[in-house]
Each structure stands twice: as structure tokens, then as C-alpha cells.
Design a protein around this ligand. Structure first.
Ligand code: HEC
Ligand code: HEC
Ligand code: HEC
Ligand code: HEC
Ligand code: HEC
Length: 476
């Protein structure tokens, strides 16, 4: 009896120690200095504005980016509240999950102990370092790369993002021979030129399943083997000065500085600096995204039909779309015109600018051929779509994105009016917007946050008649 008690006691004691050690280990990874073991404090980090005097160009570009907007976006706060409530009702604690990637400095300093009370209004009182979102003094104190965060829903473990930081006086970066300055020490770190440095936030697994996996997509593409990291496309190189040469006349002209716009598809939808510059970057990037082609065109006069194939080829460094694919809409807008009449169309929108997808037209009657490239998440009840579920409570997903260097193909067979000797025109567009208007409405932000604009990624127009092809027009 006594023996059993002792053994039980030893086991219990060991478990307590193990749990203590594991939480302590986990804490070490993200809340303490690796050198002094002191907890990180907000004043270990500088504001982005602190860097602006000496690095005006880096500051200007970053200040227009979604990294700078990550903790200023009203959508972020609306979604955080919704998700906090959802988990609270289930008896779970979502904790710092959303804050971890959107304001990593708040996360590592545990600055927002009640994330369920966080709102757009009360966020304004937080220190600038927190509101700066993914900021200079966060990225440039990172000393090691991280692994993919994996949410464990059964254990209610949501705070899974890990960073390896050394905040303080030293700025780490990709300059091997930095000119000394009075504000900070500088140290070269090769990680800054790797995709792995973007990984902790641009890759997310839930219970071991892919949720948002831009990094993994890149990793399994030819871009990895040809040593072409995220930075090649999202931080283009240019020549100039890393610091204001008026302040540092001895600074060298450098030939491999990096743009800090971090453009993708999304843009600030409320007042924000340099929106025009950010938009130019988005447009530049979208030109490198994908090609649309119209192949195998034929008119079968006896059957009064036109046949053709539409092909979309992905040239981006990961699937298109990527990341928050459940929120994105990349789709085919195709029209066939005979004389001046539209005889066929797909990918059109209603009076609220919404596509006829399964959430609006569940029986798929209005636009049966609609093709949207995105993912659809399902929760444990089998409910699907962005109005019903979100990344961290996804149990299954359907993936309709296009992998790198792969083509999507679809055949169209269109009935023509009798006069098949007339001229026909096919207009095929690949359109893209950061999110559907319905999503903004769903978050209760209708009228407060403008809807995302739609961009045309690529376009092909062909004119033809039964005699053959008359012309091909492309936007490039
Ligand atoms: C693992 C890091 C990570 C976590 C955790 C995370 N996000 Fe994000 N979030 C991102 C990234 C990266 C993007 C950029 C979009 C992309 O990847 O395509 C983003 C984009 C967004 C956007 C803008 C895009 C859109 O959907 O319109 C919102 C809003 C947002 N996140 C809210 C949240 C909320 C709320 C949570 C918590 C439930 C959360 N995020 C958790 C990394 C994260
Ligand atoms: C007093 C002026 C000054 C301020 C303020 C300043 N820097 Fe610098 N920084 C410099 C100079 C000078 C260099 C060296 C540039 C060169 O050699 O071309 C530099 C270099 C860097 C490098 C490159 C380090 C390397 O070895 O790769 C990074 C990263 C950096 N700074 C980040 C920051 C960040 C982030 C801030 C704000 C928290 C900041 N700096 C504030 C002057 C400054
Ligand atoms: C998301 C992380 C991230 C943020 C935020 C960020 N940087 Fe950088 N920065 C990088 C990376 C990565 C590189 C190196 C890219 C490479 O070598 O491929 C870099 C390079 C630099 C350099 C070296 C010169 C150059 O252009 O390559 C300086 C200086 C610098 N950043 C300053 C800043 C300042 C100032 C801010 C804020 C206004 C800032 N960075 C925000 C990731 C970031
Ligand atoms: C600390 C987390 C973090 C790191 C590290 C990070 N990002 Fe981000 N990134 C985010 C978040 C969060 C967003 C979305 C902000 C929003 O939309 O509110 C984002 C947005 C973006 C976007 C715009 C996406 C869109 O929706 O259009 C691009 C592009 C991007 N990041 C590229 C990079 C690259 C390249 C690196 C590595 C050099 C990097 N990021 C490192 C958190 C991070
Ligand atoms: C070969 C160029 C290239 C490389 C390499 C690349 N990207 Fe992109 N990225 C693009 C293009 C083009 C887009 C615009 C199309 C799109 O949104 O998918 C984009 C879009 C994005 C977006 C917005 C995604 C969306 O659809 O919402 C994010 C986030 C992003 N990239 C992050 C990354 C990260 C992180 C890496 C490295 C792991 C990376 N990219 C590597 C070209 C590239």
C-alpha cells in the first residue's frame, strides 16, 4: 500500500517537474532574453519612428505596408473579438493567438493580458511599439529562424508561435560591413536573406493539418531548389544608401538594398500613409502572378457551338492565392459576345458586388460555371466557408488554389445563336480581390470599412469567326 503511494507520489512529482520544465522551456523561447534570462519589456523595443531619421527610405516603404497595418486594421479587431467569443463559449481560451503574428512585440512582452477585451477603440491607447504591428525593431532583433506553429485544438493550445529574439541595442541585418552609428550596434545575420525568416507568421498548421502555408508551398516549389527566397519577389533590390547620406556622408553606396513594401494583394482600407505607392507595388507584383490563355478554339457550325479551353498558369512563388486563401477571391470572369450581344458569361457580380458562390447561391443555379481559386474551411460540425469558420478551428479544407508552375484548365462549350457566320469575341479575365464584400458585412463593418477593390491579374481577348482567328489582344 505504502509502496504504491510512494510510486504514485514519485510519478506525480515527476509530472509536475516535467510540466514546469516544459512551460519554462516554452517561455524561454519567446518571453525572455536568451542571454540575461530577463523577461522582455516593452522598452527593449524601439518604435519604427525611432528609425525614421536615419533610415527614411526603409521607414517610408514599411509605413505603407500591411506589416505596419497589421495592428491598425479594424477588420483585425472585429475578427479577434468574434473568435475570442466563439472560443469562450466553448470553454476554451484563444489567448494571444491573433496577437502573436499581428503584434509580435505585444505577444513577447505579454502586454495585452486580456485579449478578449481588445477592441479597435481601446487599442489606440496602447504603446506605439505595440501598434506598430510587424515592425522594424521586431524583425531586426531576430537571431534564429523558427519552426511552423501548430495549433493543438484538443489541448486548447493556441499560443504556439515562437520567436528567437535579442531585443536591445543591436540591430541584426544583411549588411556585412555596416558603418558604426551612435544609436545601435549592427550585426550581420545570414538568416535575413532566407525564406525561413518569414516562416513563423507565414505558415500555420492546425492539429498537424495545413491551414495557411505560404512557406510550405514555396518550399515544395522550384523556387526553393533554385535558391529564390520570398525576399526576391517581396523585397526587391535597388541601389542607394541604407542611411540618409546627409547624416552619414561616409556611408557607402550599396547595390543590394531591399524594398520594404511587402506588397501582396491586400491594402489598407482606412486612412494610411503612401497608399498610392503600395498600390503601385501591388500592381507590379500582380503582373508577375499568372497568365491567362484561350486555347483550342473551334466553331462547330452544325452544332451551333463554340469550344475553347481557358488556361491559367501560376508564376508566383507559392500557390495562388496563398496564405489567408479562405478570405481571398481570385476568379475567372469570362464573356462571349456575338455581334453586340453577350451570349455567355461567368464570374459576374450582383448589385452588392458579390459573386454567386455557394454562400449566396447554394444550388449553384445562377452562375453554374463559376471558378474561384481559394480554399474552403470546414469546422467540426461540417459547416463551411468564411462566414462559418476560421483558420484555427478548421478541421478540414478543400483546396482550389493553383500550385507554382502549374496550370488550371477548363473547357467551355457555348451554344451560339443561329447566325454562326458572325464575328465572335471572347473576353477572359483573371480577377483578384483581397476579400469578398460579404465578409466585411458579416463582421458588422458595412459602411465603416470600404470593400476591397478588384484587380485584373491578366486578360486575353480573342476575336474570330467561322473563317478563323481575327485577332488576339492581351494586356501585356
Ligand atoms: C501564424 C500567424 C498568424 C496568426 C496566428 C493570425 N494571423 Fe492574421 N494574418 C497573418 C498573415 C501572414 C496575414 C496576411 C495574409 C496572407 O497570408 O495571405 C494575415 C491576415 C489577416 C487579416 C487581413 C486579411 C483578411 O482576412 O482580410 C486579418 C483581418 C487577420 N489576419 C486577422 C487575424 C485574426 C483575427 C487572427 C486570430 C483569430 C489572426 N489573424 C491570426 C498571420 C497570422
Ligand atoms: C543615428 C542613426 C540611426 C538610427 C536612429 C538607426 N540606425 Fe540603423 N543604421 C545606421 C547606420 C549608419 C547603419 C549602417 C549603414 C551602412 O553601413 O550602410 C545602420 C544599419 C542598420 C542595419 C543593418 C545592420 C546589418 O549589419 O545588417 C539595420 C538592420 C538597421 N540599421 C536597423 C535599424 C532599426 C530597426 C532602427 C530603429 C529601431 C535603426 N536602425 C535606427 C544608423 C541608424
Ligand atoms: C518583416 C520583417 C522586417 C521588417 C518589419 C523590417 N525589415 Fe528591414 N529587413 C528585413 C529583411 C529580411 C532584410 C534583408 C533582406 C535580404 O537580405 O534579403 C532587411 C534589410 C534591412 C536593412 C539593410 C539594408 C537593406 O535594405 O537590405 C535595413 C537598414 C533595414 N532592413 C531597416 C529596416 C527599418 C528601418 C525598418 C522599419 C521602418 C525595417 N527594416 C522593417 C526584414 C524586415
Ligand atoms: C511577426 C510575423 C511576421 C513575419 C516575421 C513576417 N510577416 Fe509578413 N505579414 C504578417 C502579418 C500579420 C501580415 C498581415 C497584416 C494584415 O493584413 O493585417 C503580413 C502580410 C504580409 C504580406 C502582404 C499579404 C497580403 O495580404 O497582401 C506580404 C507580401 C508579407 N507579409 C511578406 C512577408 C515576408 C516576405 C516576410 C519575411 C521577410 C514576412 N512577411 C515576415 C506577419 C509577418
Ligand atoms: C517568384 C516570386 C515570389 C516568391 C519567391 C514569393 N512570392 Fe509571395 N507573392 C508573389 C506574387 C506574384 C503574389 C501576388 C499573387 C498572390 O497574392 O498570390 C504574392 C503574394 C503573396 C502574399 C499574399 C497572398 C494572398 O494571395 O493573399 C503573401 C502573404 C506572400 N506572397 C508571402 C510570401 C512568402 C512568405 C514567400 C516565401 C516563403 C513568398 N511570398 C515568396 C510572388 C512571390
Amino acid at each position: 500500500m505504502n509502496n504504491k503511494k510512494t510510486i504514485f507520489g514519485i510519478i506525480a512529482f515527476t509530472i509536475v517537474i516535467l510540466v514546469y520544465l516544459s512551460t519554462n522551456f516554452y517561455q524561454q523561447q519567446y518571453t525572455q532574453s536568451p542571454y540575461s534570462k530577463e523577461p522582455f519589456l516593452i522598452n527593449n523595443f524601439q518604435t519604427a519612428e525611432d528609425c525614421s531619421t536615419c533610415h527614411p527610405q526603409h521607414y517610408l516603404e514599411w509605413s505603407s505596408s500591411m506589416h505596419a497595418y497589421a495592428f491598425k486594421d479594424p477588420l483585425f479587431f472585429a475578427m479577434n473579438s468574434k473568435e475570442q467569443d466563439y472560443h469562450k463559449n466553448k470553454g476554451e481560451d484563444l489567448g494571444q493567438f491573433c496577437i502573436a503574428c499581428h503584434s509580435p512585440i505585444a505577444y513577447v512582452t505579454n502586454f495585452i493580458p486580456q485579449p478578449d477585451e481588445l477592441t479597435f477603440a481601446n487599442s489606440k491607447k496602447l504603446p506605439t511599439q505595440v501598434k506598430d504591428g510587424v515592425s522594424c525593431s521586431f524583425c531586426h532583433v531576430t537571431i534564429h529562424n523558427s519552426e511552423t506553429p501548430n495549433v493543438l485544438t484538443k489541448k486548447s493550445m493556441f499560443n504556439v508561435v515562437k520567436y528567437h529574439l535579442d531585443p536591445g541595442n543591436t540591430m541584426y541585418g544583411s549588411i556585412k560591413d555596416p558603418l558604426p552609428n551612435s544609436f545601435h550596434a549592427s550585426k550581420y545575420n545570414k538568416n535575413f536573406s532566407t525564406s525561413e525568416s518569414c516562416l513563423p507568421c507565414h505558415n500555420l498548421f492546425v492539429d498537424g493539418k495545413n491551414a495557411e502555408i505560404t512557406f510550405s508551398e514555396w518550399e515544395s516549389s522550384k523556387y526553393k531548389t533554385s535558391n529564390f527566397p520570398c525576399q526576391e519577389c517581396h523585397m526587391e533590390t535597388y541601389e542607394g544608401f541604407a542611411v540618409d547620406p546627409k547624416l552619414f556622408p561616409k556611408a557607402k553606396k550599396r547595390y543590394n538594398l531591399h524594398r520594404h513594401f511587402f506588397a501582396g494583394i491586400d491594402e489598407a482600407r482606412t486612412a494610411f500613409p503612401h497608399k498610392d505607392l503600395q498600390r503601385d507595388e501591388i500592381k507590379r507584383l500582380l503582373q508577375q502572378t499568372a497568365n491567362i490563355n484561350i486555347n483550342d478554339l473551334s466553331i462547330i457550325a452544325e452544332q451551333n457551338t463554340i469550344n475553347f479551353e481557358v488556361e491559367v498558369f501560376n508564376r508566383a512563388g507559392h500557390n495562388i492565392p496563398s496564405g489567408a486563401t479562405f478570405a481571398r477571391e481570385l476568379w475567372l470572369d469570362i464573356k462571349v459576345i456575338s455581334a453586340n450581344d453577350t451570349i455567355y458569361q461567368t464570374g459576374f457580380v450582383n448589385e452588392n458586388n458579390q459573386l454567386y458562390d455557394f454562400s449566396i447561391d447554394p444550388n449553384n443555379e445562377i452562375d453554374p460555371d463559376l471558378v474561384i481559386f481559394r480554399t474552403v474551411f470546414y469546422d467540426e460540425k461540417g459547416d463551411s466557408g468564411i462566414y462559418k469558420t476560421s483558420a484555427q478551428r478548421m478541421t478540414k479544407k478543400s483546396d482550389y488554389t493553383i500550385p507554382t508552375f502549374e496550370s488550371f484548365r477548363k473547357n467551355y462549350r457555348i451554344n451560339t445563336p443561329d447566325s454562326s457566320d458572325s464575328d465572335f469575341k471572347i473576353i477572359a479575365k483573371l480577377k483578384f480581390r483581397a476579400r469578398s464584400p460579404g465578409f466585411i458585412d458579416h463582421l458588422g463593418l458595412k459602411g465603416q470599412v470600404p470593400y476591397s477593390d478588384t484587380f485584373i491579374v491578366d486578360e486575353k481577348i480573342v476575336q474570330f469567326n467561322s473563317g478563323g482567328l481575327l485577332s488576339v489582344v492581351s494586356d501585356e
